[in-house]
Design a protein around this ligand. Structure first.
Ligand code: SF4
Length: 481
């Protein structure tokens, strides 16, 4: 099937149709109101809602939803469509009608309302028709995260500093990062503008008496900065922000060939206490295939240096599905990473998104080469070795509809990751592509502050961008702290 059309008069229901259908058939593009021979007609015009699936011009399934029995809203529509699609495709989905990227938040909110973990599970299973395994997983994570998220404080924020610059583009990456020129001129220019933002934002927060709860320097590849640049940035952050109450300071030294002992010593001297070294795979062929041109040995050596410099918290990412690796190949990477005993291991499911070389080469390719049993085995293996899930999020276009899960050794949760997903604390985003969130406790919602993603534009318009951001901060914080 080339594409599928939903025909429906009410635009309100278009997105639920698209979202849910994509969970079943991510490889099929969805369009609306085109009379194709493969379509699902959604008819609200009579006394009942009628769903009709048409394949090659023939009706293959038809169901009615009686408004008299239960009034129709978005959630009940989704539930009805979900059952319809289950029947059409002959299988259920582990996540049921949960299509959001932060399912743990739902469990948090119910726990916060005072429901017991058992009640939370029952409530979510009934509402979203998700599998017991997934609901158990998110409820367990939510329970463990509560002590890290609460109590809330208006005077605390997390700060994210983005350095969306890389030495080369990984084939799977859809993130808007700029590959630096040979002379690294763009890195120097970016740093200059980033420092301007760090100082302006930091001094504003300090004036308001707002302290940093966690600080995260992410990328791109922040370790692209040379030693002098790194020292300059970290000194500026020390001076600009109030770091006296900092619970966690993370630095992404993602690619091993960009880091060295001196850089790590600089990080250590400035109080960084969590370093990310992200192998993605320990397989040499896969590394080459995804344009990470270093041998697995480089990862082991970088890890060794990180430990020698004295870091007690290290995160390592692996991606499930790179280069269509076999289950054995992935397990071999996992075993090698576990043997190193990093405090955190994050398992991502490959998401094939627009902007990545894989997507450009293959089109919409999200078929899943792994069985459900294998995915469960990964969790079991990590559990056997003392790692338990501490945060989880979902992405669109992931292979097999999988989720990304962060695992940690006892008491070694990555705090920023939890706070960012929980959305109960303001996140101050600094730098190109950073996405800030200003949390409003009264409404349990947040205002977003976006910063232009492209480094070149950021460099050209820093003052203008900062003028707008500072006005947004002032409008938000002025009468709140
Ligand atoms: S995956 Fe990371 S290191 Fe690779 S290109 Fe994307 S941002 Fe850069």
């Amino acid at each position: 099937m080339e594409k599928l059309s939903f025909t429906l008069a009410d635009r309100l229901y278009e997105y639920p149709c698209f979202e849910l259908y994509q969970q079943f058939r991510p490889e099929i593009p969805v369009v609306f109101n085109e009379v194709l021979e493969n379509r699902i007609d959604v008819d609200f015009s009579g006394e009942a809602l009628v769903l009709t699936a048409v394949e090659k011009g023939e009706v293959v399934l038809q169901k009615e939803y009686d408004y008299q029995k239960k009034p129709l809203d978005k959630q009940s529509f989704k539930g009805f469509l979900y059952l319809f699609l289950c029947e059409l495709f002959g299988h259920t989905l582990d996540w049921g009608t949960m299509t959001g990227i932060k399912p743990v938040k739902m469990a948090h909110n119910l726990l916060k309302e005072g429901l017991s973990p058992i009640q939370v599970k029952q409530n979510l299973m009934e509402k979203y028709q998700a599998s017991e395994g997934k609901i158990e997983l998110i409820t367990g994570i939510a329970q463990r995260e509560m002590g890290i998220i609460y109590p809330l404080s208006r005077k605390k924020v997390s700060v994210y500093v983005g350095i969306p610059l890389c030495i080369a583009k990984c084939a799977y990456c859809s993130f808007i990062s700029t590959v630096a020129d040979k002379k690294r001129t763009i890195v120097a220019e970016y740093l200059e503008n980033l420092l301007y933002e760090v100082r302006l934002t930091g001094h504003y927060l300090k004036e308001k008496g707002i302290v940093a709860d966690t600080l995260y320097i992410g990328g791109g590849t922040p370790s692209i900065l040379d030693e002098t640049q790194l020292e300059t940035l970290l000194t500026a952050l020390d001076e600009a922000l109030d770091l006296r109450c900092l619970r966690e300071y993370t630095f992404e030294a993602g690619r091993p060939e960009t880091t060295n002992r001196r850089k790590l010593e600089i990080l250590k001297a400035h109080g960084v206490d969590r370093v990310c070294l992200n192998p993605q795979t320990m397989n040499a062929d896969t590394l080459t295939a995804v344009n990470r041109n270093y041998p697995p040995q480089a990862i082991l050596e970088a890890y060794d240096t990180i430990r020698h410099v004295g870091f007690e918290s290290v995160n390592m990412d692996l991606i499930l599905g790179l280069n269509r690796e076999s289950e054995e190949t992935f397990m071999s990477s996992l075993d090698q990473v576990i043997a190193l005993r990093p405090e955190n291991i994050t398992i991502h499911c490959l998401a094939v998104k627009k902007g990545s070389a894989i997507k450009t080469a293959t089109g919409r390719q999200v078929e899943n080469p792994y069985s459900k049993v294998f995915c469960a085995d990964i969790q079991k293996e990590l559990g056997r070795k003392g790692y338990r899930p501490y945060y989880l999020y979902r992405q669109k276009y992931t292979q097999g509809n999988g989720e990304n899960i962060g695992y940690c050794l006892e008491g070694k949760e990555g705090i920023y990751n939890i706070l960012m997903m929980a959305e109960k604390q303001s996140i101050i985003g600094i730098g190109a592509g950073s996405s800030g969130k200003l949390y409003v406790p009264e409404t349990d919602r947040f205002d977003r502050i976006f910063t232009v993603k492209d480094v070149k534009t950021y460099n050209e318009r820093t003052e203008n961008i900062m003028g707008k951001k500072m006005a947004q901060y002032e409008a938000f914080f002025n009468d709140r702290v």
